[in-house]
Design a binder for this molecule. Structure first.
Ligand code: URP
Ligand code: ZN
Ligand code: ZN
Ligand code: ZN
Length: 486
């Protein structure tokens, strides 16, 4: 049985051209003119793009005394409706601290629910011999990236020596270290100062997390990564201070990747001054939304290549959950949503405005992500043999984003009232049409697969080794080497 996506313009990260796409089973068989098949998907007047990959989500994550409301089913379904065919979710260790158990727990929760494919990152929230050993288990289980929280003091935060040791372990394993870059000690102090001054509302969240705390932590993580000789991925980059650090590192030849969020590119910090407490609290996340100047810098970084990918950090808490922080902003569960809207808002505010070309749009929403996370070209590519994760992207469907028409389980949308100019007409996951605009599609929980991501063997590691061999600081650096074991 051959399915042909007919009459569209194929857009990849490299180029755009008129072609049909023939799918056999779960993969792309052929791309070219006038292909014949047994079944057709109409792409007339639309773009045919690799399905979106969201590299940063938190579905059903236990966090800040509650659990994120978006489920694996509603999250992957919302993603499909928005043209995203894969997401990479963050596994957090449970009370026993075990990485292996956490991954198994994530499988248990996600497998019966997911409508499309997923991968995981693992969080490293402390440091001991078990974690050291189990990081290898994670890589063997197909999880090749580890996130470190430099904030959330007293909960998830790791210290600099722990960062160093874990980055070194990542390097040994061919895994990619990631950081949540905010100086948790300074945030903690500023939070206390805000409360002492009687600032208890959501605006206190933003005041206690200025861009400097993010820039400082980004710089620190980069220096630690450089000392270790490992690539580094900085999640949810919100400000020029962090972006600058990434730019500088890349100019020095380091492989540092930066991930702005759709929210940071479009929504700004004026939201926290809303007189409506719920409105402001619904937008509380870390780092917080920034001012307009930061947004210009992030857009420019995507165009210039100093920032490579756009994520959402989808961590969805209901209004009721947000109200846990009614008397103290420190208790508002941190997180916002965008899994469903990412492609549409990025197209509207990026491509329609001329800030991004359609090819750059594909690169930052899919292809670059697949490359950095080591699943390319199975994902993120339109080539024969790749998984047929494909979105038929219609630049002529304009609509208003609203909680009233979203697939997310949330009772609000941070995008409420925003007009977007494009929409997924069809979303295909490994050859199945899982979403068709206006055709009453239903979620198909359990059809998604976990996609193991292998350890890196090549370029990124080779660079680290080259640095080690050639670095004039080799001798100085040796005493810092943590002996094998821990
Ligand atoms: O506010 C956020 N970003 N919540 C999700 C957890 C994290 O830090 O990524
Ligand atoms: Zn984070
Ligand atoms: Zn409001
Ligand atoms: Zn996150």
């Amino acid at each position: 049985m051959t399915k042909v996506i007919k009459g569209g313009t194929v857009v990849t990260a490299d180029r755009s051209y008129k072609a049909d796409v023939a799918i056999e089973g779960e993969t792309i068989r052929e791309i070219g003119p006038d292909l014949k098949g047994d079944e057709y998907v109409d792409a007339t007047g639309a773009y045919v793009i690799p399905g979106g990959i969201d590299p940063h989500t938190h579905l059903e994550m236990p966090f800040m005394g509650t659990t994120a409301a978006e489920t694996f089913e509603s999250g992957t379904w919302a993603a499909a409706a928005g043209g995203t065919t894969m997401l990479v979710d963050f596994c957090l260790p449970g009370a026993d601290g075990s990485i292996r158990n956490a991954i198994n727990e994530w499988h248990r929760k996600s497998a019966p629910q997911i409508c499309s494919d997923i991968g995981y990152h693992m969080a490293v929230t402390g440091w001991n011999e078990t974690i050291f050993n189990e990081m290898k288990d994670a890589v063997d289980m197909g999880v090749n990236s580890f996130k470190h929280f430099m904030a959330y003091k007293g909960a998830l935060m790791v210290e600099d020596d722990e960062l160093f040791a874990s980055f070194k372990r990542c390097r040994e394993l061919g895994a990619l270290p990631m950081v949540h870059a905010e100086n948790g000690d300074v945030v903690d102090l500023l939070q206390k100062q805000m409360l002492e001054q009687g600032i208890t509302g959501p605006e206190g969240h933003a005041y206690s997390r200025p861009p400097e705390v993010e820039g400082e932590a980004a710089n620190r993580a980069i220096m630690i990564a450089d000392a270790v000789g490992t690539p580094l991925y900085i999640v949810h980059v919100s400000c020029e201070q962090a972006h600058e650090a990434i730019r500088r590192a890349r100019q020095k030849g380091m492989r540092v990747y930066g991930e702005p969020l759709a929210q940071f590119l479009i929504l700004d910090d004026s939201e926290y001054l809303s007189k409506d407490w719920d409105h402001a609290a619904q937008r509380v996340m870390s780092p917080p939304f920034r001012s307009k100047e930061h947004q210009d810098g992030l857009w420019n970084g995507l165009a210039a290549g100093s920032l490579q990918v756009v994520a959402t950090d989808h961590a969805a808490f209901t209004t009721e959950q947000k109200r846990m922080g009614r008397d103290n902003f420190c208790m508002i569960p941190n997180g916002t949503g965008g899994l469903e809207e990412r492609l549409a808002v990025l197209w509207t505010y990026g491509v329609e405005t001329g800030r991004l070309t359609p090819e750059e749009f594909v690169a930052v929403t899919s292809t670059n992500i697949a490359k950095i996370l080591n699943i390319y070209p199975r994902k993120g590519a339109l080539v024969p043999g790749a998984d047929a994760d494909i979105t038929v992207w219609d630049p002529k469907i304009s609509r208003t984003l609203s909680a009233s028409n979203q697939k997310s389980v949330l009772d609000y949308s941070v995008w409420e009232g925003m007009q977007v100019s494009a929409q997924a007409r069809y979303t295909l996951s490994r050859g199945d049409v899982i979403w068709a605009w206006g055709q009453n599609s239903q979620p198909q929980p359990g059809r998604g697969k976990f996609i193991p991501r292998p350890a890196f063997s090549s370029a990124a590691r080779a660079l680290s080794q080259w640095k080690e061999l050639n670095s004039p600081r080799k001798v100085e650096r040796d005493p810092l080497n943590i002996p094998a074991g821990i």
